[in-house]
Design a protein around this ligand. Structure first.
Ligand code: UD1
Length: 421
């Protein structure tokens, strides 16, 4: 298993570029099923989750070719409608094939994704919406089987603004007969990116980014070329990296509006954040102030930044209260951070972090993607060396994180099975 070795206390300085967004790429790759022929995606991050989604598409019969960060998906060989348990186990987001497969074939069978490291993560909202569109769903022997003789538009009100459910329903609706309304839809920027991609294929989708999305079904879709939006969570992670090392970093390739909740929180913590047209400069001197954080659906503070902010809050002069409202079990990083000297107490969905003056380096393990990111950040600031094991989780969502941080002056080395890389 690969690991990172980080020699701490290095001030990060310089310029870093953010890759394309993981959470845009995954649904957009599955949406490539919906067109006729080839789609080209630009600025696709070459990260583990995206490679798994490419494998899912290939398994279904598509051909996926890479040229740098450009990906070409040719769906002319598409023939299968089933995703095995082993593929589903590799990545939960494989469930995003459900909507597109129903749109194209009127049927799909996927292994039930079950729980994951951060919570039980049900699919009831996906299922409820699809049923309203005329899909018959059976759950048996760990599989979800979906079938529709004809997909019809429906008026759907989600109980929770689920990102995945909104995406699956949007993708099922583009080829349905009539109009679909998704109310209480997720408003994350990745939904807008998906809408733009689908409209590029010839779909009629309006309202993404707001809480009602309207989709007027069309008979067929074509091909398109699309550039993936920058990854706001990667950008946020680098902002915290600059802050936690009391550094000065310019982060390029961002959309400033997507960074508002993170920028506001960092400013509240005394970090200097200067937003440019498509970049942000983050400077910090001295310890951050303690701030309280509550994760919420967009435009609230993202749950995917909660572990990273906890690492920063570990070094304040006060006490911060973190409330996790999205996932019930998203404190897997706490035990590992404690090994590094973080003083944190968790009760249910609330974590209380008492700032300390310095963190210790330690042997720790990445338990999930953002938990792993929080350990890297803590390691960058720690007094001595940190070794992070199981960084396969970090590879799921960050492209060359060690390379990028080395360019900013960090002493971070990847130790692969075969030696240093
Ligand atoms: C997406 C993101 C993930 C992020 C999450 C919340 C992708 C690939 N992943 O995950 O990085 O952390 O949004 O911003 O885009 N829920 C239900 N019923 C459902 C579906 C969801 O109750 O049918 C609940 C979940 O348990 C959770 C909440 O809704 O409590 C949000 O989940 P959801 O928005 O669906 O997350 P994902 O799309 O899985």
């Amino acid at each position: 298993m690969d690991k990172y070795v980080i020699a701490g206390r290095k001030r990060l300085e310089g310029v870093i570029r953010v890759s394309g967004a993981k959470n845009s790429t995954l649904p957009i790759l599955t949406a490539c099923i919906l067109g006729r022929g080839c789609c080209v995606l630009e600025d696709v991050p070459r990260i583990q989750d995206v490679l798994v989604m490419a494998e899912v598409l290939e398994h279904l019969g598509c051909s996926v070719t890479w040229e740098g960060n450009r990906v070409r998906v040719d769906n002319t060989g598409l023939k299968l409608t089933e995703i095995s348990e082993s593929l589903m186990r590799k990545m939960r987001a494989s469930n995003l094939v459900l909507g597109p497969l129903l749109g194209i074939f009127g049927q799909a069978k996927i292994a039930s994704p079950g729980g994951c490291a951060i919570g039980s993560r049900p699919m009831d909202q996906h299922i409820k919406g699809l049923q309203l569109m005329g899909v018959e769903i059976k759950e048996k022997s760990g599989f979800i089987m979906a079938k529709a003789s004809k997909l019809r538009g429906a008026d759907i009100h989600l109980d929770v603004p689920s990102v995945g459910a909104t995406e699956n329903l949007m993708m099922a609706a583009v080829l349905a007969e009539g109009t679909t309304l998704i109310r209480n839809a997720a408003r994350e920027p990745e939904l807008v990116d998906l809408q733009n991609f689908l409209n590029g294929l010839g779909a009629k989708v309006r309202g993404a980014g707001l809480d009602i999305i309207r989709i007027d079904g069309v008979r067929q879709l074509s091909e398109t070329t699309h550039t993936i939006i920058p990854d706001r969570i990667e950008a946020g992670t680098h902002m915290v990296a600059a802050a936690i090392t009391q550094g000065d970093v310019e982060i390029q390739n961002i959309i400033p509006e997507h960074m508002e909740s993170i920028s506001a929180k960092l400013r509240e913590a005394g970090v200097e954040v200067t937003l440019g047209e498509d970049s942000v400069r983050v400077r910090a001197t001295g310890r951050p102030s303690a701030v309280d954080i509550r994760t919420l659906p967009y435009p609230g503070f993202p749950t995917d930044m909660q572990p990273q902010m906890m690492a920063l809050m570990a070094l304040t002069e006060g006490t911060s209260v973190i409330s996790e409202s999205i996932f019930e079990n998203r404190y897997k990083h706490v035990d590992e951070l404690r090994r590094m000297g973080v003083r944190v107490r968790v009760e249910g969905r609330v974590a209380v972090v008492k700032g300390v003056e310095a963190l210790d380096g330690a042997f720790v393990e990445a338990t999930d993607l953002r938990a792993g990111a929080s350990l890297v950040l803590a390691g960058l600031a720690a007094e001595d060396a940190t070794i992070i094991e199981n960084i396969v989780h970090i590879d799921r969502g960050y492209e060359n994180l060690d390379v990028k941080y080395r360019e900013l002056g960090a002493k971070i080395t990847r130790i692969s099975h075969g030696g240093v890389r």
